[in-house]
Structure formats: structure tokens, C-alpha cells
Design a protein around this ligand. Structure first.
Ligand code: PBG
Length: 326
């Protein structure tokens, strides 16, 4: 043996007991938020690009939230697939719209389930854009009123938290104002603060039938190359009254999650999006990766990066594994 000094890092890894004792990050079921898609009608349909993820009619939605509650999942993020699209996105804020009906169904079934609603216009208008389109331009200021009206109608239907994903400037201020005026001063806003114009949303757009009819979302969603801009977006949202800050997508943006965690004291949420889900599903279906292990590693990584909460289509699988103590 060569007589040299060195540190023995392996000492703390020498047994499962010791590794558990010094583990820095723990993933808990309470950290997970499960996305749900509701449609008018009955039954459920698997989304072809997202195996294991379904569109739910209201009857099946009720069954699904019972199952989520049994698994210990305490929060869902709700999306609607409307019957009707028009230029004013009117089903988005209709009292009998799909999201409003789904909120009431979930609350009837599992009153304690925290219902977070995605607030956006893209699935509700034929342009497939997140704001109002005039002469080929996605207008900012005229979109704010409809977005705030949508948020209010979700809260009136019983939503616990609203999550605007449209990326219009000023939407947090507009929603906060409208909710406060209506007396909903206690309803939090979870802002999709840092939302990149990402190719990882592909499978979701099939699921929600919300792909843009022309152009792309690059005039409102962020350039994946930018980090400082993420801080500016988050800063504005905090000033305007956001209660949670979100980073989306998650896997290619772990540095941004960490940066937000270190720069703000609001809860940080990361969204492990559809493309991230489908890639792992596809690799696992081919037998190329161990899905169960890879999912827990990924979600633990997102927590280590600074996420307090994780929105993920893997929430049910992860909850089952966590329950079994894996
Ligand atoms: C709506 C919205 C999108 C997602 C969440 N809300 C799509 C988009 O912005 O194009 C993506 C979710 C996912 O990919 O899982 N604006």
C-alpha cells in the first residue's frame, strides 16, 4: 500500500442503513401533483402518444379521483377538452364548461382533493393560441380580461388554486385583481412563470387538441436558451401576486429550477411534461430502461434541483412505489 492521505467517502455508503441516514433528498407522495384531462361524455380514452394517460368522461373522472385519494395523492392539475371552440374562447369561462363541471364532480367525490386548474385559452379557440388573435398577432392586453374571467369561473366552480399557463404579460396582476374584487382573496395563484417554447409539449397538444393552427408560441413562451429572462419573469410574477412559481419543462431546465429556488422564497413547482413522460414510456416499452427506477431517480433529481412540488404524469406510479417503501 502506498502511504498516502485521502478521504474515505465510501464510509457513508457502506450499507443501506447508513445511506438512508445521510440521504439529503426524500421524495414524498405529498410532493406530487397529477394532471387530469376531462371531456364531455362518458368513459375514458387512452391518449395514444401517452400510454397510461387518459381523457376522462365525468363518470370515469369520479372513479379516478377516488383511486388517487386511495394512493395518497392530494392534488390534481385539471385540463379540459371542450366540445366547442370559438374566437372568444367562450367555453373557457362558461359556468357549464368542461373544466367547471369537472371541478364540481371532483369536489363532490373527494372534497379534500386540492383542485388546481390550468387557465389558458389555447384549447378553446380555433387558432390554438393562448391569447386572442387579431390579424395574425397574439394580442396581450385584450387577452387578459378573458384569462382573468376564466380563472374566476374556475374558482366560482370550486377550484382551490388557479394556474395560468398562457404567458401573457400582466396575467397574474389581472387574475389577482379579478379574484380579489369577487371576494376570493384567499385563493392562491400558481403561475407558470417560466414556461419555455418547448418541443417537449408535443404529446400534450395531441391530448388537449391545442396545437397552434398557424405559427408557433415563440412570441409569448420563452426561448430555451435564456436563464436571466427566467429570473425577470419570476420576479414580475412575485410582484404581481403569484403564490407559487413554476418552471416548465423540467428535465432540460434543472439549472433554472435551482436558480429560482435560490433567488425566491415562494414554493417552486416543476412540470415534468408530456414529452418527458412519453420518452421514458417508449424506452421502457422497448426494454431499454428500468422504468420504475428511472422515474424515482428523475423525480428525486427534480426535488434535489429545488422543486418543492412536481407535476407529473408518473405521480400514480411513483405513489405506488413510495407506498411500498422503494
Ligand atoms: C396550455 C398548456 C400546455 C401544457 C400545459 N398547459 C401546452 C402548450 O403550452 O403548448 C403542456 C403540458 C405538457 O406537455 O405536459 N398552454
Amino acid at each position: 500500500m502506498i502511504p498516502i492521505d485521502f478521504n474515505r467517502h465510501r464510509r457513508l455508503r457502506s450499507s443501506a442503513k447508513l445511506r438512508k441516514l445521510v440521504r439529503e433528498t426524500t421524495l414524498q407522495i405529498e410532493d406530487l401533483i397529477y394532471p387530469l384531462f376531462a371531456f364531455h361524455g362518458t368513459g375514458k380514452e387512452e391518449i395514444s402518444s401517452m400510454p397510461g394517460v387518459y381523457h376522462f368522461g365525468l363518470d370515469e373522472l369520479r372513479r379516478e379521483v377516488q383511486e388517487l385519494a386511495e394512493l395518497g395523492i392530494s392534488a390534481v392539475l385539471l385540463f379540459g377538452v371542450p366540445n366547442h371552440k370559438d374566437h372568444l374562447s367562450s367555453e373557457a369561462y362558461h359556468a357549464e364548461g368542461i373544466v367547471q363541471q369537472a371541478i364540481r364532480a371532483i369536489k363532490q367525490e373527494v372534497p379534500d382533493m386540492v383542485v388546481i386548474t390550468d387557465v389558458c385559452l389555447c384549447a378553446y379557440n380555433p387558432d390554438g393560441h393562448c391569447g386572442i388573435v387579431k390579424d395574425g398577432v397574439i394580442e396581450n392586453d385584450s387577452s387578459l380580461e378573458l384569462i382573468a374571467r376564466t380563472a374566476l369561473s374556475h374558482v366560482q366552480a370550486g377550484a382551490d388554486i388557479v394556474a395560468p399557463s398562457d404567458m401573457m404579460d400582466g396575467r397574474i396582476a389581472a387574475i389577482r385583481h379579478v379574484l380579489d374584487e369577487a371576494g376570493y382573496t384567499q385563493t392562491p395563484i400558481m403561475s407558470y412563470s417560466v414556461k419555455y417554447a418547448s418541443s417537449f409539449y408535443g404529446p400534450f397538444r395531441d391530448a388537449a387538441d391545442s396545437a397552434p393552427a398557424f405559427g408557433d408560441r415563440k412570441t409569448y413562451q420563452m426561448d430555451p436558451a435564456n436563464r436571466l429572462e427566467a429570473l425577470r419573469e419570476a420576479q414580475s410574477d412575485q410582484e404581481e401576486g403569484a403564490d407559487f412559481l413554476m418552471v416548465k419543462p423540467a428535465m432540460a431546465y434543472m439549472d433554472v429550477i435551482r436558480e429560482l429556488r435560490d433567488s425566491f422564497d415562494l414554493p417552486i413547482v416543476s412540470y415534468n411534461v408530456s414529452g418527458e413522460y412519453s420518452m421514458i414510456k417508449a424506452a421502457s416499452a422497448n426494454g431499454w430502461v428500468d422504468e420504475e427506477a428511472i422515474v424515482l431517480e428523475l423525480l428525486t433529481g427534480l426535488k434535489r434541483a429545488g422543486s418543492d412540488l412536481i407535476i407529473t404524469y408518473f405521480a400514480k406510479d411513483a405513489a405506488r412505489n413510495l407506498k411500498q417503501g422503494r
